[in-house]
Write a protein that binds this ligand. Structure first.
Ligand SMILES: CC(=O)Nc1cc[nH]c(=O)n1
Length: 109
């Protein structure tokens, strides 16, 4: 069964809902999302649902190959992107770029 839920840190919620953040970079354990499927997005901290997304693609990437385009899609500078990914996944080089589009959001949010 493919995963139908993903969590994001609350600090990313505004740039996901604005449509400015259109990718997330995850490890192998979170690489099994299926393009074309709908996924519920919850906060990591409190498990609060705040939107649904559609998975567009899942692409392997090496940490050293992260570039300005990935940073633009994350709505970050490349320096900040690399620092954040290193904080979340210390010493992990094999990663996955999950591209998505926003489908629906909490009308009260
Ligand atoms: C909860 C969590 O791992 N969140 C992440 C990890 C990597 N990128 C991202 O946007 N969010």
């Amino acid at each position: 069964m493919h995963p139908t839920k993903i969590t994001f840190y609350e600090r990313f919620e505004p740039i996901i809902l604005s449509g400015d953040k259109t990718i997330t970079i995850r490890d192998e354990a979170e690489s099994h999302y299926v393009p074309g499927t709908r996924v519920a997005v919850h906060t990591y901290e409190t498990d609060r649902w705040f939107c649904d997304i559609e998975i567009r693609s899942v692409t392997p990437i090496q940490f050293d190959d992260l570039n300005e385009e990935h940073a633009r899609q994350e709505h970050l500078s490349l320096e900040d992107l690399k620092r954040i990914i290193r904080d979340i996944y210390p010493e992990l080089d094999s990663l996955y770029v999950i591209e998505y589009r926003l489908l629906a959001r909490d009308p009260a949010g």
